[in-house]
Write a protein that binds this ligand. Sequence first.
Ligand code: HEM
Length: 391
Amino acid sequence: MRKPVTNGIRIFLFILAFLFPLSLSAQEVDRSATGGAQTLEDILARQAGQTIDTTYQLEQLGDPESAAPSSADLGVLGGASDADIWRAYRWGETDLSVSSRTAAADVVMQDSGMKWLNFRAGPLRTYGGYLLLGMLGVLLLFYILRGKIRIEGEKTGTTIERFKPLERFGHWLLAISFIILAVTGLASLFGRVALIPLFGKEAFSAYAWIGKWVHNNISWAFMLALIWVFLFWVLHNLPSRHDIGWLLKGGGLFSKHSHPPAKKFNAGQKLIFWSVIILGGSISVSGLSLLFPFEFHLFSHTFSVLNNFGFDLPTELLPHEEMQLAVLWHSIVSFVLIAIILAHIYIGSVGMEGAYAAMGSGQVEKQWAKEHHSLWFEEVEKANSSTTPAE
Ligand code: HEM
């Protein structure tokens, strides 16, 4: 019963505000209690993200002319309090200079901090969390409905080398560093809401300190491994005519007895590879800009390029805004790559019989190779037979 009434009141108030805007907005706020300064209501309204009329602050910039000289009793150092000076600065009514010359030292005030904090604590955590939980749910459902993808033909009992030791080293350097980065990164985002209630502030702050150090330093191993796997595998991940057929058949993952032909990497793996290279590259670049704060201006440059394609993005970003965007972009892209890698880990471990061996010992069952990478298997068998001397 209540709902239609409240809507009715809202609509009525809206019409009223529309018809008599001046009367409502001109309502004088009594600031006598705070000597003309902002009231508690102002602070609460701003924290709630409401826009409040702050022009009254322009009258609160201090009055040096009438200030008692500092030599007099109760004399003052100048006629403007710190609050007056900050207000004057906010309104551009004074010209502050700063003594420190560090990066971003000349930015004394910036408005985007609260928006950034609210976005990070709100939509970023919520939808990032949904994405990862969603992916885990989908993988569990896939496992329940499709089950482990088995080697269907008769196993030969003989193996073929799929990945050489250097390829596997690059893969595991990439994999282990990525997993550590993901865990420490998620902990820094969800620490306050998930870990502090569990372990308490002291334990969490100790962990957070170590986690940040590990995250900042293991990132170099990830970036090195990214270059490594790129150099080893890029030629095997160029698009080929077999990819369309593979994708159209869903790689045979959703139905039994269907094994579309594929070379060393099938279309699905090529998507993983390029996701890792492109998203991993973007996470690394935004991560580097966070490792060297205020040194890189990634977003103003990127936005100015994008503006050539009809966007209208801000190109004059404060160093703090660059950092805020770098943190958000770094986190958003990481959520997407972690979700993709969860699917990769599933298919590379419990989801497919015989797959793990490729990255474990490097030797795969020949029947597995025939079923999942038939064209690659034929190439290798041909190469092996041409190098093996005839009896
Ligand atoms: C425990 C975690 C992981 C397991 C069990 C795993 C397993 C595997 C296996 C078995 C392969 C070879 C597939 C084949 O024979 O074709 C592979 C390939 C690959 N892995 Fe992983 N992996 C893991 C984590 C990661 C992570 C964290 C990344 C990147 C951040 C990654 C990136 C790749 C790439 C790019 C390939 C080649 C393309 C592909 O097969 O998808 N892996 N992985």
